[in-house]
Ligand binder design. Sequence first.
Ligand code: TXA
Ligand code: MG
Length: 320
Amino acid sequence: MNPTPPLPTNLDRAAELLARGGLVAFPTETVYGLGAHALDPAAVARIFAVKQRPRTSPLIVHVPDLASARSLVRTWPDPAERLATALWPGPLTLVLPRNRDLPQLLTGGGDWLGVRIPSHPVALALLRRAGVPVAAPSANRFMQLSPTTADHVRSGLGDAVDAIVDGGPCTVGIESTVVALYPDGPTLLRPGGIPRHVLEHLLGQTLQSGAAPQPGQAHDAPGMHPRHYSPRTRTLVALPDVPLPAGRGAIVSHRTQAFDAGAGVQRIPMPSHAQDYARMLYATLHDLDSRGLDWIGLDLPPDEADWQALRDRMHRAAAD
Ligand code: TXA
Ligand code: MG
């Protein structure tokens, strides 16, 4: 374990801003969140405006403890108890039937609410001080790359937020795993920081897979848009046997030998371990996106259990 760093100096002010309806970007272990008082409809509406996010996309509500999580939902089935006990605080979001007195906008008008207890010490300290549940999507504009540093938030959202709390680089680096506890069985809506096999082991059953949204329908999982988490630079899946595009490009790869990179093509070495890779993925893409390249090539990691969330994000980053 790393030693616990000192808390940011603007934490009290950020907590007060949140409690009074302000917009505060803050670190979690997964990615930075764009937070607002979850019970204040006007504050929640500002999240959608700043992100330019469709109002049908539900938000995740962040709380510091189990009692607060349970107070937001109407049922707490056994699978919720098992997963929460084992994995919270941590990169898991549970989707459960919402309490009816919450703002409609939180759930995109639907009956299901996503809740999570983040493990980042700064997030927990902020949530405790704010004393209110905090709705927070990733702190980026709709469809763009999620931020894993305070600088990413600053360059993406800048003045649109009232405060940015800097808690250093995120340690998980990709978003939480989202599991809905539907009556017909636990359903994986978004792969993420906790691998599927860990959840299935804890539950003693197989997770169903959430359906991708149909065009024009209110969807279960906005993160399941085929194109999402994308750099602005043209991004593609690079395959060893397929010629690379012309121009200046970079290949992001976990292996040394796979590509015969020609002139003007840079190889960006990545870790060969999934957790280390995840911590670096978005930061690497943010950096490459700022270099004015003609393209970014993603060399997909192996189709194995520990790599599923990363493969998902890379496919989405590369989707047209
Ligand atoms: O790691 C994370 O989850 C980060 C940090 C800030 O906590 N948050 C995040 O939020 O990624 P956002 O809004 O960018 O992504 C929300 C995801 C959607 O892709 C969707 O799968 C799921 O959460 N979600 C949230 N509420 C839901 C609901 N009521 N029903 C179905 N899915 C929901
Ligand atoms: Mg997001």
